[in-house]
Every structure is written in structure tokens, then in C-alpha cells.
Design a protein around this ligand. Structure first.
Ligand SMILES: Nc1ncnc2c1ncn2[C@@H]1O[C@H](COP(=O)(O)OP(=O)(O)O)[C@@H](O)[C@H]1O
Ligand SMILES: [Mg+2]
Length: 241
């Protein structure tokens, strides 16, 4: 059984019931393929959101606890990283909303269908990282099925695309054939992603002016602008008004 422990309890950056505009938005990062870039995406989007002034949290549902290991190296209280089994996700998201978290990233394990489905059901949008490789494209179908089963919209992010050539565009086209839109921009294959993760940072901290940071910030903006995520923000504001 998964051990539950909190790497960081939610700090109280904002008074209880003080909600950021738009309230809590929830992204589940899913892929049946290990190494696709789920944890990389989750922690980098969380750090980028913080940099944009949005308090963020990572819910680490993966028993391997990579995001939690990153948080331990980081040794900071933001973004908040909570390791929790999938069955606690709804409760932890409720706490995050009360504590003024604006963006939650649910980082999942590759080989845990039940947990991935629970994560997808708890989210406004499922984000599926996909490397430009055949096996990754094959694995996307499973993740897409999961999102459909959960009745939650899904998008892909092409990850670790070579800087040159047409591979990123070809991968996006292949994803479109599978019924999945790839959100621009793709994340390049960049050493900054590896170095930042190892240092307990996001790329926007590790190399703020670097290409990787630009990609992650642009991706964050596109994900926050997705209709499903905007609809949640609008509903939250309606409820809080
Ligand atoms: N865009 C990228 N460029 C370079 N290395 C990457 C990129 N995305 C992920 N990686 C590296 O690939 C490895 C696996 O990524 P990870 O996010 O742990 O995948 P997952 O969580 O899906 O198993 C890590 O060592 C990570 O640093
Ligand atoms: Mg991972």
C-alpha cells in the first residue's frame, strides 16, 4: 500500500477562504509511458505558475514519488508538493482550494490505471506528454481512453523535441490523427530540464532567460487559456462572487 506522507503541508500563504481570482484550476498529467516527462512537466508548470504569481501545488500520486524527491532537494515551501495516494486526491484538492492554491498539477504513475483514472476524474484537463517516438505515440491512445472514460478533455504536449527538423510538427500531426490536439509550444530536448530537476528547481529559476523557461511559460499560458480550464475559473469566480 502507498505510504501517505506530506512532504510539505499546505502553508497558509493566504488567509483561509481567501481565494485567488479564478480559484483552483486542476491539471492531471497522464502517460502510460515511464520517462515521457510527466514529473518534468508537473514541477516545471508549478514553478512557472508561482513565477506568474499563481500559488501552485503538485499532488504526487506516483508511489515512486519523484516529485516529492525533487521537493526534498528543493527544500522550499512553494510550490507545495504533497505525496498522496489517488484515493485522497479529491480531499487534498479541497484543502488546496481552501488554502488559496490557484493551480494544482496531479503527477501520476505510468502503470496504475485506477489511480490515473481517479486523477483524470479530479481534473479540469488531462495533459499527456508525448516524446516524438513511436512507442510514446502508441501509449497516448491509452491515456486518451482514460481521459474519455473520465469524461474530461485532454491535450498532448510534445516533449523533448529535437531543436531542429520537423519531428515536433510530425508528432503533432500524428497526435491530431489520434484525435488529440498538441498544445503549442513543444518542449525541446534541453539539458536545462535535466539540470533544473536535479537541482530541485524549475527551468524558469535555473535559466530564467533560457529557451526552456520560455517554452514552459508559454505552455502554462496556453493551458490556462484552454476552454475547460477557463470554464472552471469562471465557475469558481461565480461561486465566490
Ligand atoms: N524536455 C526534456 N529535455 C531533456 N530531458 C528531459 C525532458 N523531459 C524530461 N526529461 C528527462 O527525462 C527523464 C524522465 O522524465 P520524467 O519527467 O521523470 O518522466 P515521467 O515522470 O513521465 O516518468 C528525466 O531524467 C528528465 O530530466
Ligand atoms: Mg514521474
Amino acid at each position: 500500500m502507498t505510504k501517505t506522507h506530506n512532504i510539505h503541508p499546505f502553508p497558509r500563504p493566504l488567509a483561509r477562504n481567501t481565494q485567488p481570482p479564478g480559484g483552483l484550476r486542476r491539471l492531471a498529467v497522464l502517460s502510460r509511458k515511464g520517462g515521457a516527462g510527466k514529473t518534468t512537466l508537473a514541477v516545471n508548470l508549478a514553478v512557472a505558475a508561482q513565477a506568474r504569481g499563481l500559488p501552485s501545488a503538485v499532488l504526487d500520486v506516483d508511489p515512486q514519488a519523484s516529485a516529492s524527491a525533487w521537493a526534498e532537494v528543493r527544500g522550499a515551501t512553494s510550490p507545495v508538493v504533497r505525496h498522496c495516494p489517488a484515493r485522497h486526491v479529491e480531499r487534498v484538492l479541497g484543502e488546496a482550494a481552501e488554502d488559496g492554491i490557484a493551480l494544482a498539477l496531479i503527477d501520476t504513475a505510468p502503470h496504475a490505471e485506477g489511480a490515473a483514472l481517479t486523477a483524470a476524474r479530479a481534473a479540469d484537463l488531462v495533459v499527456i506528454p508525448c516524446r516524438p517516438a513511436l512507442f510514446d505515440l502508441c501509449a497516448v491512445t491509452d491515456s486518451l481512453d482514460m481521459a474519455r472514460l473520465a469524461n474530461v478533455p485532454a491535450v498532448a504536449v510534445v516533449n523533448a523535441a529535437p531543436a531542429r527538423g520537423r519531428l515536433a510538427a510530425e508528432t503533432a500531426a500524428a497526435l491530431a490523427n489520434l484525435g488529440l490536439d498538441a498544445v503549442a509550444p513543444p518542449l525541446g530536448q534541453r539539458a536545462a530540464f535535466v539540470h533544473a530537476l536535479t537541482a530541485g528547481q524549475g527551468v524558469v529559476e535555473y535559466a530564467p532567460r533560457g529557451k526552456a523557461a520560455g517554452e514552459v511559460l508559454a505552455l502554462l499560458d496556453r493551458l490556462l487559456a484552454h476552454p475547460a480550464v477557463r470554464a472552471t475559473a469562471k465557475n469558481n469566480e461565480g461561486r465566490l462572487a
